[in-house]
Design a protein around this ligand. Structure first.
Ligand SMILES: Cc1cc2nc3c(=O)[nH]c(=O)nc-3n(C[C@H](O)[C@H](O)[C@H](O)COP(=O)(O)OP(=O)(O)OC[C@H]3O[C@@H](n4cnc5c(N)ncnc54)[C@H](O)[C@@H]3O)c2cc1C
Ligand SMILES: *[C@@H]1O[C@H](CO)[C@@H](O)[C@H](O)[C@H]1NC(C)=O
Ligand SMILES: *[C@@H]1O[C@H](CO)[C@@H](O)[C@H](O)[C@H]1NC(C)=O
Ligand SMILES: *[C@@H]1O[C@H](CO)[C@@H](O)[C@H](O)[C@H]1NC(C)=O
Ligand SMILES: *[C@@H]1O[C@H](CO)[C@@H](O)[C@H](O)[C@H]1NC(C)=O
Length: 511
């Protein structure tokens, strides 16, 4: 559908005269004040100032559009790129790695480019070559099992590629593992699978192989890490910068944003949209209007009715929002008076229960923060949701039980500091990043991305190739802002493709 390219001013004037109910809804304040200026009216509202929002703003700026405002509930830009001061260091609660960098003069991860531009202090993290192995009896060398757990890796991406080429339906990663005969029969194998297993599983996707799409996980892996498939590189660069990983997006914003182009500490409660414009109501009642708006709130926020849409989002959009999954990845930080643990960068702990405090990482290591006394353990998915519901003291007790079983011959003291973020409960995020389940189709993704009237959507979750990643949020902010810029500048303005109904490959026959 091509939208009319009258300025919204003309619109308000015409509609005001003709008294169309549709148009006056939510815009009467502006019409009342229309004779002089329109306070709180902008060409574009960017809702959310994370990576997608900041890059969208930069894109509008570079297209000569300056009449926009970034609105965010937090006191600073960066969104999920969030730091915490812990044990005398600045640590990362959210993203920590540039995943895939660049090989030769091949395609570069744009986050890697920003890191280079701002001299981010970072360090390659040897995920698979610097690992110690433990179970409930203490140190046990099962590196053989660990190393071979990655063996089916290529087989599983090939299986997925063949299914794409033959238009076969998606299946779960678990089904894929079983079909390439990568079965994990004991705790050592299950912990290895969690971390490293064909496709490096829960520790990357924040959900189990059962909960995840074989096709999307394989494509996602290829597009980021596999240079034969357009990926950046297989390296993981860990931010150690004491300005915080967020500094790269904040410094980028500082290059072009004017003070009047950000509105912080401003929580959006309601978004009204139509073919003519968007009205946003903030907590406290202030109203903002715009010709266009870009919503970059996380998938979790959209799923949890933290923001009310008027009219209610159409069925195709709601199905897409509720079908993608907002997964959770939780880093639990401990600080001790001194290091008593492994000298490798990483360790795995194989509990009899899969996913129970499985992946450990030493920050008190020559490559990271030597002498810091900091170590952290990661849990994901349903286990993250479980611990978020417990008091810190109980989680600390569980974690310390594991530490003491890993080091039976050490008198382990209580940690001097203990912290973990509750991403799933946080109303501004409702999880850490999205994961693609087997029941989510490619058309669902189109529907998740599609605009409704003059309201557009972008963020890591709308990225088909890079969902879950910082670079996914970057590319979506860039791409969708380009579409909006074309509309604003009166060029081509068409609705993004969407599918009112998504049907099965074949109707189900009920006999
Ligand atoms: C624990 C964790 C680990 C991760 N690890 C990595 C990693 O190592 N590498 C990697 O590439 N990616 C990682 N990610 C993913 C990465 O952080 C995200 O893909 C990316 O930051 C998403 O950016 P975004 O702009 O789409 O969304 P966000 O950063 O969520 O931005 C949306 C903004 O909207 C604001 N907002 C929400 N609701 C409202 C409201 N009602 N009113 C006003 N403002 C609101 C929020 O405050 C936020 O600033 C990790 C994420 C987490 C949480
Ligand atoms: C936002 O609120 C914090 C306190 O919660 C305050 O320190 C900060 O100055 C505020 N920022 C703006 C831009 O209003
Ligand atoms: C992967 O496939 C190769 C043949 O292509 C086979 O030899 C190998 O055993 C398979 N590995 C796993 C773990 O399935
Ligand atoms: C991923 O890359 C491998 C190796 O290049 C390729 O064989 C496979 O088909 C790709 N998988 C998908 C799902 O594209
Ligand atoms: C712990 O001490 C016992 C008894 O001295 C010894 O047999 C065992 O190997 C030690 N374990 C570790 C992990 O050092």
């Amino acid at each position: 559908m091509t939208q009319l390219r009258l300025s919204s001013w003309t619109w308000l004037f015409l509609l005001g005269c003709w008294g169309w109910a549709e148009a006056t809804r939510g815009t009467d304040e502006n019409i009342a004040g229309a004779s002089t200026q329109r306070p709180n009216h902008h060409k574009v509202l960017i809702l959310g100032g994370g990576v997608a929002g900041v890059i969208a703003a930069r894109t509008l700026h570079s297209q000569g559009i300056e009449d926009f405002v970034i609105v965010d509930a937090r006191h600073e830009l960066g969104g999920r790129m969030m730091t915490k001061s812990f044990g005398g260091k600045v640590i990362e609660q959210g993203p920590n790695w540039i995943q895939g960098t660049q090989e030769g003069d091949g395609p570069a991860n744009p986050i890697f480019e920003l890191a280079n531009k701002y001299g981010l202090k970072s360090q390659f993290n040897d995920w698979f070559g610097s690992v110690s192995t433990y179970d409930a009896t203490g140190f046990v060398d099962f590196l053989g099992t660990f190393d071979s757990s990655g063996d089916g890796f290529t087989n599983i991406t090939i299986l997925a590629g063949a299914r794409v080429d033959s238009s076969l339906v998606d299946i779960s990663v678990r089904t894929g593992y079983s079909l390439v005969d990568a079965k994990s029969a004991n705790p050592h194998a299950r912990a290895s699978e969690y971390y490293h297993g064909p496709l490096q599983f829960d520790w990357e996707y924040a959900q189990t192989p059962e909960q995840s799409s074989l096709i999307a996980a394989s494509l996602g892996n290829n597009f980021t890490y596999n240079t034969d498939q357009g990926g950046f590189s297989d390296a993981n660069l860990m931010s150690l910068d004491q300005r915080g990983f967020k500094s790269l997006i904040q410094l980028e914003a500082a290059e072009f944003l004017k003070p009047q182009q950000t509105m912080l500490n401003a929580t959006v409660k309601t978004i009204s949209y139509s073919k003519n414009g968007v009205t946003v109501i903030l907590k406290g009642g202030n109203k903002l209007t715009a010709d266009y708006a870009l919503c970059t709130f996380s998938l979790g926020v959209l799923q949890n009715d933290d923001v009310t849409f008027t009219p209610a989002l159409p069925g195709f959009k709601q199905e897409a929002i509720q079908s993608m999954v907002m997964a959770t990845y939780t880093k639990i930080f401990l600080r001790f008076p001194q290091k008593f643990w492994f000298d490798t960068e990483m360790a795995i702990y194989a509990d009899s229960e899969r996913g129970r405090y499985p992946v450990w990482q030493s920050l008190d290591h020559p490559n990271f923060f030597p002498g810091s006394g900091i170590v952290f353990v990661t849990v994901t998915g349903d286990y993250s949701v479980r611990i978020e519901a417990l008091p810190d003291s109980q989680v600390q007790q569980e974690v310390m039980g594991v530490v003491r079983s890993m080091f039976p011959n050490v008198t382990v003291p209580e940690p001097t500091e203990f912290f973990f973020p509750r991403w799933h409960s946080n109303p501004l995020f409702r999880g850490s990043y999205s994961n693609w389940p087997p029941s989510f189709s490619s058309q669902h993704l189109d529907n998740l991305r599609a605009n409704v009237g003059r309201l557009y959507f972008a963020g890591e979750a709308t990225s088909r190739k890079y969902f879950g990643f910082l670079h996914g949020a970057y590319f979506e902010g860039l791409g969708i802002a380009k579409l909006i810029a074309e509309c604003v500048k009166g060029g081509i303005c068409t609705d993004m493709e969407h599918f009112p109904r998504i049907t099965n490959a074949r109707p189900y026959e009920n006999e």
